[in-house]
Design a protein. Structure first.
Length: 99
């Protein structure tokens, strides 16, 4: 027997709890960064882009794990919500669209 069914219920629960904690931590970090004044962010734009890229990789891995365990797991929505909290700094300079 393989796949998610091979996990004990305790192990499954521990994975979900750890994922919830990590999602909350990432959400808090992204919210805190978004509340910083733009003048503070200008100096560290490259650093912030790298940090968010690393966070996005972690979020993608969480998505893969949750999807593997349950394709309709409710935490998949939370992962998307946390990802949306990012700055997307790389896109902000190249926007030539003036609506």
């Amino acid at each position: 027997m393989g796949g998610p069914a091979a996990l004990t219920q305790d192990f499954h629960n521990d994975i979900i709890q750890a994922t919830k904690r990590q999602l909350q931590t990432l959400a808090d970090k992204r919210k805190t960064r978004s509340q910083r004044p733009l003048s503070e962010l200008a100096d560290s734009k490259e650093d912030l882009a790298l940090i968010e890229e690393i966070e996005d990789f972690a979020l993608e891995d969480m998505t893969k794990l949750l999807y593997y365990m349950d394709q309709k797991h409710p935490l998949l929505v939370m992962v998307s919500s946390v990802k949306d909290l990012g700055f997307n700094l790389e896109d902000s300079d190249d926007d030539g669209d003036d609506e």
